[in-house]
Design a protein around this ligand. Structure first.
Ligand code: AMP
Ligand code: MG
Length: 413
């Protein structure tokens, strides 16, 4: 790695610069695999999908009704035609003779000669004769060949994440399987002698390891495979072992806690001994320290231990890094301009990512309220909120000011 430590140790790196630098280092996976479309949900498409067919493949009826030739019908209502054939979906009819109509159903191919479908509600039927009680325009109620997708069109580009909509779209042009990037394997561990797995009783001085569960959820929501090494004690030996094991099995290692420079923080020394490490002090709150580096070609991201900092640094840095490694093409996260429903009179010198909830009023104006306790250990704020309001360095906010809002859903989608 280069340019990781081109700043003197104590200078705080701005958020935007840190994201940009991290992304420069992220190397997209190149291996692919082919999966049935039903198993491709959440994966990243590795090939452009080009359609070899028109969708729909033929002009077809948008209604249950009668296919007619509009020229046979004078303006005005009460006109009669003979029903000469019946065309259900899945079959093709005979060419329509002048002066006749075809009983037709939704999705059935329009017979040659017909140029309109009259919906059945506008028709009175008596035996094989119908009376049409409406004006008929050429082209009405017909879905045109290729109106959704034209033959030869590229409908999905490599790098897109496959949602339910893309599964259906791929199937609509005949793809039963899709070639996707292999899932990113992420090795994770959690440092701290105070940590206990939920389900056990807490002894004095202990707390439950919540970061493990937050991180599992975050990684799953991004479609990653997880190698979870669990809790690692605050010793250099255990930290070194965890890093070695994760490096052997994973494409990316993420640790939580132990990245500061205290006596009980061993991540930095372990990583320096095994590989390369760059420590960053970020000009953001929460989540000041962030470590990144590599061991034998496996990327490493060291997050702080505070639970809210883990969530925030994942949303802001780890998520984009992972998306780039996954080969995703669209890494941009839209910023929403919303009105502040709160005062923030004493801004920090760092850029603050304040846990907030979005509201839309009757006139469709978005505004944000914030959780009352913004402490970096107050995990409740992350569950209450649906996004971050960004408070710029040293800029107080008064109720009614416009502020930038980042949605968790967008950050983690
Ligand atoms: P550290 O970065 O290791 O100094 O930890 C900072 C704070 O986060 C301390 O109060 C830790 O007890 C807490 N912490 C660290 N790891 C976890 C974890 N996995 N789950 C919950 N809290 C944690
Ligand atoms: Mg610790």
């Amino acid at each position: 790695m280069t340019d990781g430590c081109d700043r003197p140790g104590d200078q705080l790196i701005p958020y935007e610069e840190a994201v940009q630098k991290l992304l420069q280092h992220a190397q997209p996976l190149t291996e692919t695999l082919t999966l049935p479309v039903t198993e491709a949900l959440g994966q990243v498409l590795a090939e452009d999908l080009q359609s070899s067919i028109n969708v729909p493949p033929a002009d077809n009826s948008a209604m249950d009704g009668y296919a007619v030739h509009s020229r046979d019908l004078q303006a005005g209502s009460g006109q009669q035609l003979q029903v000469a054939q019946r065309i259900p979906a899945g079959s093709t009819g005979e060419p329509l003779q002048a002066g006749t109509a075809a009983r037709i159903f939704t999705g059935a191919v329009i017979p040659k000669g017909a140029d309109a479908v009259v919906m059945q509600e506008q028709v009175e039927r008596d035996g094989d004769r119908i009376t049409i009680n409406a004006e008929v325009k050429s082209g009405q109620n017909i879905r045109r060949t290729g109106e959704d997708i034209e033959q030869g069109a590229v409908i999905l580009q490599q790098g897109c994440r496959i949602r339910a909509q893309e599964m259906g779209l791929a199937a609509s042009i005949g793809y039963g399987e899709l070639t996707v990037r292999r899932a990113l394997k992420v090795g994770i561990f959690f440092t701290g002698d105070e940590l206990v797995e939920p389900g056990r009783k807490l002894a004095p001085g202990q707390i439950y390891d919540s970061n493990r569960y937050t991180l599992n959820g975050l990684l799953k929501s991004l479609g990653c495979d997880i190698v979870d090494l669990g809790i690692v004690g605050d010793t250099l030996e255990q930290t070194t072992l965890a890093l070695q094991q994760a490096a052997a099995e994973a494409d990316l290692i993420i640790s939580c806690g132990g990245v500061s420079v205290g006596d009980e923080d061993h991540v930095r020394i372990a990583l320096e001994q095994l590989g390369e490490l760059f420590m960053w002090k970020l000009n953001i709150k929460p989540g000041k320290p962030l470590a990144f580096g590599s061991i034998d070609g496996t990327a490493f991201l060291g997050l702080p231990g505070n639970p809210v900092s883990v969530f925030a640094t994942f949303c802001l840095f780890v998520g984009p890094y992972i998306k780039k490694m996954q080969g995703r093409s669209n890494l941009a996260v839209p910023l929403l301009q919303v009105s502040a429903d709160f005062d923030w009179p004493r801004p920090d010198k760092r850029k603050e990512f304040v846990r907030a909830r979005l509201h839309i009023d009757e006139a469709n104006n978005p505004s944000a309220t914030i959780y009352p306790n913004q402490g970096s250990g107050v995990l409740t704020s992350t569950s209450w909120a649906d996004g971050f309001v960004i408070v710029n360095e040293g800029q107080p906010i008064k109720s009614g000011d416009m502020v930038n809002y980042l949605s968790f859903k967008e950050l983690l989608g």
